[in-house]
Design a protein around this ligand. Sequence first.
Ligand SMILES: Nc1ncnc2c1ncn2[C@@H]1O[C@H](COP(=O)(O)OP(=O)(O)OP(=O)(O)O)[C@@H](O)[C@H]1O
Length: 637
Amino acid sequence: MNEKVLIVEDEYIVANDLRLILQKAGYQVCGIAASVPEALDIIAQHHPGLVLLDIYLKGKLTGIDLAQQLREQHIAFVYLSANSNQEVLEAAKATQPYGFLVKPFREKDVLVTLDVARYRHEHSLESTLHRETRLQEALSRMMAEESGYEEKLLKMAMALQSHVPFDYLAAGPLGFLRIGFDEYQVIGNRELSVISGQREAALETLQAAAPPDHTVAWYNREDFQRLCARHPFRQLLARTFGLESHLVMPLLLANGEVTAFSFYSRRPDAYQAAHQALLGRLQPLLQAAVAPAVKQSTGPAVLPGVPANENFTGIIGSSHRLLHVLDHVAQVAPFDTSVLILGESGTGKEKIAQSIHRLSPRSHKPLVKVNCAALPSNLIESELFGYEKGAFTGAADKRIGKFEQAHEGTIFLDEIGEMPLELQVKLLRVLQEKEIERIGGRSPVKINVRIIAATNRHLEKEVAEGRFRLDLYYRLNVFPVLLPPLRERPEDIRPLALSFAEQCCSRVKKRFPGISAQMMSELEAWHWPGNIRELENVIEQSVILNNGVSPLELKRPLGNGLFAPPQPAPLEQAPVKTFTDVKKLLQDTERAYILSVLKKTNGRIRGESGAAQLLNLNPTTLESRIARLGIRKEEIK
Ligand SMILES: Nc1ncnc2c1ncn2[C@@H]1O[C@H](COP(=O)(O)OP(=O)(O)OP(=O)(O)O)[C@@H](O)[C@H]1O
């Protein structure tokens, strides 16, 4: 980022104050604008690297309107505001600023915020370029590999996932449905016919009727719904897989045919101009990748699922909301960026912190955890920074603090929202200076630590109410990861429950007799105020109270009897309204399909005419799918 700063502020005294502060610190102030048109003129002339932006300006347009254009031009901006109320913070935050300065500001706050903004801007540009180069190299390598057409496309799809997210990708004649972090099912017309309940011939007619795409475009929310209303095949895909947004990249082949990479997401607003621009740069590679199949038209095929990424071992669930979080984790893990994990208690924040560490180049160094809520405030400082012998009464020996223990590794500051204000200042200094001072120490100690912090508090509210420092918030919030509560990803309840039950049975040396259908539907209908930790406890209770023979039952009402679980509707009558209903229906359909094939083969999975061969699946994949869907031997008879 260059050092030129533009101040967009209609109160002259405030603007002039800022100019003096910035010039004293070595910045070059390239102009002061009181309205959006004035600001645009100065930007066109001087190309500032950073804009300080008041929200309310002269004229009709506000700072929030200008922010949109600044983003498109990759110019960093920091809001100036006299109003720190929640509503304004939310509206302005949606434009993804690099910081906020709340009037009246102190010189020190201005400089720290600018410093953070520069760091974040440089880091994000640098890492975007770096990641794109790595993607180009990976795709070229895959193209050169001696592998089959489908395998090549699947690998390319997986490499694209963290750059252009998707839950379903139609690449030329093949569809890839994401079913785990690194697990995809190839969907040809046969599979689509089973899952959607449409005859194959009907699907072919719909596909043939769809006009080829000639322009690259993306469709979020209502735009996607309008597109689906015009394209019955897309509508069918959207309904079948619960898709809510779409990006299409047409590819013109040497023989004049047009094919496409069509990305679909379950999130309503997954796509934006940056995705389109990236795909534009990758177009020659993607064109070459789909070309052979169009010539030879190998037709749909089923590939074995790729085994789940072992760095996420222990993280159960494949809801698109969890997978979206894991994508972010995989993106940020290799860098030293600070990460702030936000989420209710028991949602798995610590597990995510462990994955970030495991996936980082620091993985062979320590991951040190500090629970800021568990320590009395007078002990946190010595716990974090250590002390010298004789620093206070009782300090008989020198003690190394957590930061020093984590040197070259990662420190996980859990419940950061509980940290007392006076310690927040010290933490900020550690982040800026990268050194700590032991209590009673004479000279600072250099440390190299990556910071991951977590909280279940609404930190912006804490900032607005004066309990959390704004400057520390911006230092920590470089890369926020938001973990959704369990009630917003109910698809994960079943696999989590089965996995906890199995682990618990083996811990207490009991046979795992499965979970009764009644208990499972109660679990799936519960709203889980205590999230995954509560689910773990419920399962443990029922394993302990179980006789080891009959399937697990709920022996106590959920919520310790405080809340009566809502009665789930019987499956046949369950209305399909929400995406969760669609997912559930899909899972039930897949389960019924696999079960019917298993019945045909009398439970035989492997070998000639075994279920795996009939389903065109790798036997190991089928076995893991049987486990995931909770199909029991007794049901096959
Ligand atoms: N996706 C997951 N798969 C398997 N187990 C999980 C998953 N997420 C969380 N858990 C388990 O749930 C429990 C709670 O998780 P964790 O301690 O990471 O939550 P947390 O959000 O850090 O909670 P708190 O805010 O209370 O510290 C742990 O036993 C953890 O192993």
